[in-house]
Design a protein around this ligand. Structure first.
Ligand SMILES: [Zn+2]
Length: 375
């Protein structure tokens, strides 16, 4: 470990809040098909008997065996079989022809079908209007990538199985390669994460779970909510839920006004607190109150949803309830640090923001200490 990395340790002195100090890595949590091993499926493959007929065969297959989910695959693959160059075409999913293999381990990614399997495939092809006279006698099963490659490195891995078309997603590339944020951005992210650690610790000292949330308007860089867990007051009052509710309070609404601590309320909204003179709380209040001055009304009035465009910083990966609430309130980005293996809905149990069918997209980042990224 070099001296630069040694400086980046997150301090965890007992009795003090966790803190990042020095440098952090901000890693996007992206769909699983963008990271990890290439996901594969199997297709039936045939050799073209006469290379002059390639166009005709492709046309025929497009008409009678178009596989919508595999449009990223090129239909033709040139490969050496038994030392001879062959032109192969994929026909359709192997499962449709009952030819699935447990695995395909051959070097050329091909496994020849048995005579019976070949006979069955040919019968089905003829029934589908695809004349088998264009194909050579041998048929195969081959692995192909399930998803279109969006990153250059994924493209190279994918084409090792079967030729693919490729359109690089430049924004995704920036996300995955951690080039989206400048050093200044990372410093801001680190500071907001440290705020979430601090407020989480405050909650813990008050007998709550150690979860803290900071919501920031990235346009002004102002902290709009700085809230800890209140689930001992009500099981729904997770820190994230309370933070969203705090924003609602700033906009004239809110369902849990009686639970919000005075230091988190906008000016003039403070409630009586037995700890009103607590020096630490006063310090928090002093730091937070400027964000709650008159411009909040403006911020509220221009928004379609409670948290439209806001960024959320939370020390621990939120649960499904909180993530759905963040989705419905239209957050922009969520940054978290610690994994929540039991209930986390952004990485541990599922990746909510990557699922199809959700009606709002937001970005998710995990923030690491630079020297602990693999933990
Ligand atoms: Zn929750």
């Amino acid at each position: 470990m070099g001296p630069a990395l040694k400086k980046c340790k997150r301090e965890e002195t007992p009795g003090e809040s966790k803190r990042f100090s020095g440098c952090v890595k901000v890693e996007a949590v992206v769909p699983l098909d963008v990271q990890g091993p290439i996901q594969l499926t199997q297709v039936v493959v045939a050799g073209i008997a006469d290379k002059k007929q390639i166009s005709k065969v492709i046309q025929l297959l497009s008409l009678h065996a178009s596989v919508r989910e595999l449009q990223h695959l090129k239909r033709v693959r040139k490969v050496a079989v038994d030392g001879k160059e062959n032109v192969l075409v994929y026909i359709d999913y192997a499962r449709k022809y009952g030819c699935l293999r447990e695995s395909i381990t051959s070097k050329n990614n091909l496994e020849r079908l048995s005579d019976n399997e070949t006979k069955a495939v040919k019968t089905l092809l003829e029934k589908s209007g695809i004349s088998t006279e264009f194909f050579a006698s041998d048929y195969y099963v081959s692995n192909v990538p399930v998803h279109p490659p969006k990153l250059r490195e994924r493209y190279e891995l994918s084409t090792a199985y079967w030729p693919c078309s490729f359109h690089e997603d430049m924004y995704l590339s920036q996300l995955v390669h951690s080039t989206l944020f400048t050093d200044k951005d990372k410093t801001d992210i680190m500071n907001y994460m440290n705020e979430s650690f601090e407020v989480a610790k405050t909650g813990k000292m008050k007998g709550q779970r150690e979860v803290g949330v900071v919501i920031v308007d990235p346009e002004s860089n102002k902290i709009l909510a700085r809230v800890h867990d209140e689930s001992s007051s009500h099981p729904l009052c997770h820190a994230v839920m309370m933070a969203i509710d705090q924003i609602a309070v700033l906009q004239g609404g809110g369902a849990w006004r009686h639970l919000h601590r005075k230091e988190y309320l906008p000016l003039g909204e403070a409630v009586n607190s037995s700890k009103a003179n607590d020096e630490e709380e006063k310090a928090l209040c002093d730091r937070t109150e400027p964000s709650f001055s008159g411009d909040i009304q403006g911020a509220g009035s221009k928004q379609a949803y409670i948290c439209t465009g806001f960024n959320v910083f939370v020390n621990r990966e939120p649960c499904m309830m909180c993530c759905m609430a963040l989705l419905h309130s239209r957050v922009n980005r969520i940054f978290f640090s610690d994994l929540n293996q039991k209930e986390g809905a952004l990485m541990s149990k599922t990746r909510l923001h990557t699922l199809s069918g959700i009606n709002h997209r937001f970005e998710v980042f995990r923030v690491y200490e630079a020297d602990r990224e693999n933990l």
